[in-house]
Design a protein around this ligand. Structure first.
Ligand SMILES: [Ca+2]
Length: 322
């Protein structure tokens, strides 16, 4: 059986690392490459964290470095959330797996040419790299099989501003390019889907430690700082893992329970800058909006509204048990 082909774009900190691990350990998936973007971490640290994760999984997947800053906005990182190294301050040793010096944009273009309509792109960070790819190769982008984006918040609170989720807030202009790319199969997995019952509880983290595997220990240890941040700052009950939830949606079609297609716009200015406005009721399509902001109401994004929390956690555990 031929494996499904994935390419991952990431600003690798602790939850990205777990998401990467899940893809690397998933039986019917082959990860073709990993590109690093500025976000949670500066690209140098993101690259170290991604390569450490690849090495932990005993794989030899190429890691490429992309954009070191957003298209317009000034650079912001999230070491305050994930710890100074992005990995919970665990100070893992430097990986031996070296970074590829190839331009990931050219690499991805060639991969798409060789595998038209076969590659799933999963994005776990700000969308700067992907916007740069679209600017150079808009037609090749349309030849991706599908895109799964961890980002945004579907008609709910943001986690950086009252309106905006971190990945979109970091580079709203880039997100706008991607959301308007005309690709017919883009799925948005908002940060709210990792909250509440999707959090890993203390018992569930203990369950993972009880696997007594290197990967299980790693998945929880590197997220310790994120756990404190989640609880103290966001008031969530346990550990929220946005990137692994998005990866679970990409890996197992049964994880997403409710998905529907909507017009989604990125707010580019004002206090809602970085917000994802989802036309949940398709009211933008009504006649009074003609010639107003909502006259362009193409249903451009598959919005994931609800996941099966039991299935998402089982998807995670499956990759950590051995
Ligand atoms: Ca991330």
């Amino acid at each position: 059986m031929s494996k499904r082909k994935f390419f991952i774009d990431t600003d690798t900190a602790s939850d990205d690392a777990v998401a990467i691990l899940m893809a690397l350990e998933w039986d019917d998936v082959e990860v073709l490459g990993i590109s690093i973007v500025s976000g949670n971490m500066p690209i140098e640290q993101g690259s170290i964290n991604a390569r450490y994760t690849v090495e932990l999984c005993k794989k030899n997947i190429p890691v490429y470095v992309g954009a070191e800053k957003p298209l317009v906005k000034k650079t912001e990182h999230a070491d305050w959330f994930h710890g100074p190294d992005g990995m919970g301050g665990m100070n893992y040793p430097d990986p031996k797996h070296t970074e590829s010096s190839d331009d990931f944009i050219e690499v991805l273009k060639n991969l798409i040419d060789e595998n038209p309509n076969e590659i799933t792109l999963v994005t776990l960070g700000p969308l700067t790299n992907i916007a740069n790819f679209i600017s150079k190769y808009p037609d090749a982008f349309l030849m991706l099989k599908n895109i799964v984006i961890m980002g945004g918040a579907s008609n709910t609170v943001g986690n950086v501003t009252p309106a905006a989720e971190y990945n979109i807030w970091c580079d709203p202009e880039a997100a706008d390019v991607v959301f308007q790319s005309q690709h017919p199969d883009i799925t948005m997995v908002g940060w709210e889907l990792c909250r509440g019952e999707a959090n890993l509880t203390e018992e569930e983290m203990e369950h993972v430690y009880n696997f007594k595997t290197e990967k299980g220990d790693f998945a929880i240890d590197c997220n310790k700082h994120a756990l404190d941040s989640s609880q103290n700052w966001l008031g969530d009950p346990g550990l929220g893992l946005p990137d692994p939830v998005a990866m679970a949606v990409a890996l197992d079609e049964d994880v997403a329970k409710r998905v529907s297609k909507h017009n989604v716009k990125i707010v580019l200015d004002g206090p809602s800058r970085g917000m994802t406005i989802v036309d949940q009721l398709h009211v933008g399509e009504n006649e009074p909006n003609i010639d107003e902001w909502w006259s362009s109401t193409e249903r451009n994004i598959n919005v994931c509204w609800e996941i099966d929390n039991k299935k998402w956690k089982e998807t995670l555990y499956k990759t950590l048990r051995s």
